[in-house]
Design a protein around this ligand. Sequence first.
Ligand code: FAD
Ligand code: DLZ
Ligand code: SF4
Length: 524
Amino acid sequence: MPDPAHRPVLVPLLGDQLTRDLASLRGRAKDDTVILMAELWDEATYVRHHKQKIALIFSAMRHFAEELEDAGWSVDYIRLTDPDNAGDFTGEVARAIERHDPRAVHVTHSGEWRVQQAIEHWPEKFACKVEIHEDDRFLCPLPEFRDWAQDRGTLRMENFYRDMRRRTGLLMTADGKPVGGEWNYDKLNRESPDGGLDPPPRPTFAPDGITSEVIALVEERFGGHFGSLESFGWPVTREQAEAAADAFFAERLARFGPYQDAMVHGQDDLYHSMLSTSLNLGLLDPLDLCRRAEALYEAGEAPINSVEGFIRQIIGWREYVRGFYWQFMPGLAEANAMEAHRPLPEFYWTGETDMRCLADCIRSTRDNAHAHHIQRLMVLGNFALIAGIDPQAVQDWYLAVYADAYEWVELPNVAAMVLYADGGRLASKPYAASGNYINTMSDYCRKCRYSTAKKTGEGACPFNPLYWHFMHRHRDRLESNHRVGRIYANWDRMGEQRQREYLDSAEAFLETLVGANPGWARER
Ligand code: FAD
Ligand code: DLZ
Ligand code: SF4
């Protein structure tokens, strides 16, 4: 406990900084430090987060505070229901400064630009010294990403990823070559779920006393938010997160690669790790997970395509989108290169649509606060892209509905990868696809009221005409793109009448879309 005659250092921990070895805490003496954690109204409502997301964060925060206290740290924990709760980070730090009279505040760089802006004003606001530490839970420091990005006209994840492989030594031979001779084994990772799949269930963690209390609080205070709390089973402690990782490595990693892009109705997790919530909260260490996967390859227990694929998601995509976010904020949040202005359809919130693929992805999102990557990208995202939905409405939806969503990771994925709203800085082409892609990679279409074989008119899969409507309306922008341009030869070969049928079909469908009830949306 800090000596009351001695002015301590105040260390505010944000809700996704639940790491014992956090930079602002590392090396600090327990008797010289007060840790501040606060459940904040502003953070819980700046988008109307899924109820499971709020419950997860509050429960993980409370468990972490308890773990720190048990280890002898002094933790000043502010509950949502504290009558003097200021509601925001800056207000709570100001109150804590009054209580503890610290000689300095040490904070670790925030995951969101919005919060980081507030932190950067702390030195002028507060009389004591403020030190902001780099968040070195990420493997690529932001200044290094900046240097890497500045040297290049075009940014591509694959180049970044190879540098990260060299830097970490993961899956590298002693003479600096990629293990197995290839950097990327994605060509082996596109198995469709034709004969059905039978993945083992992931472990879920029944709510203990702390989580049950938090669930009741969330139901009471945020009852109108999207999503169900019924199936809450996320890991809320480091121990549980490690158990979830153990189960993934033992039971699912080997088939992670081949079925990475598969989708099966009602099977929500397949062979995915389901570790993003724990990674993003700081309960798991990314490099440690990658080393464990690598060791399983070396022991002959998992194939190279699964292990390389998993490692690429973490040291490649996860690090890349984080660097990209900080490189292009704040502009990225406003970008709308495709000039898309249609409101988000209401069915994104209700799941009430006859499109079976979308209905299933939205059901999983509502029930689990999770959908796996290819559902987020090629069903929910693809639809938003080709239907021309306003990027800010789509961004707010993704940020609200997923338990792993923080803006540093959500925004680049949504604005740049899915919606091409950045005009192609992140992705070399828009991920637009007709119903064929979903039909090949899933079992959704078999029982859908629409048919992918039907291209236009009544009963046609809406992705078919919408795809051509998208390609047609963006011809000026996309025709010169060497990865897309050839498509226009197919369009031109169709002839005017067929083209008209596609465009009329798409427009008739778009007219049926009902915009979301604004009560769900973020107030801008
Ligand atoms: P796995 O499939 O098991 O992958 C392993 C890990 O790799 C994940 O836990 C994650 O940490 C990382 N990863 C994989 N793909 C990505 C990616 N594209 N970007 C960053 N990290 C990645 N991920 C989030 O953590 N938060 C988000 O808010 C988020 N929003 C997304 C929005 C869209 C439109 C898309 C296309 C992807 C988004 N992702 C997001 C990435 C990915 O969908 C999730 O990380 C993944 O579904 C989490 O489930 P998992 O842990 O089972 O992942
Ligand atoms: C997302 C979130 C929520 C819902 N609630 C809190 C909270 O009450 N207290 C807190 O410290 N953090 C919360 N967070 C996480 C923050 O939004 C997150 O730390 C910042 O956005 C930076 O990534
Ligand atoms: Fe989705 Fe079209 Fe398949 Fe129906 S037919 S599930 S709308 S892709």
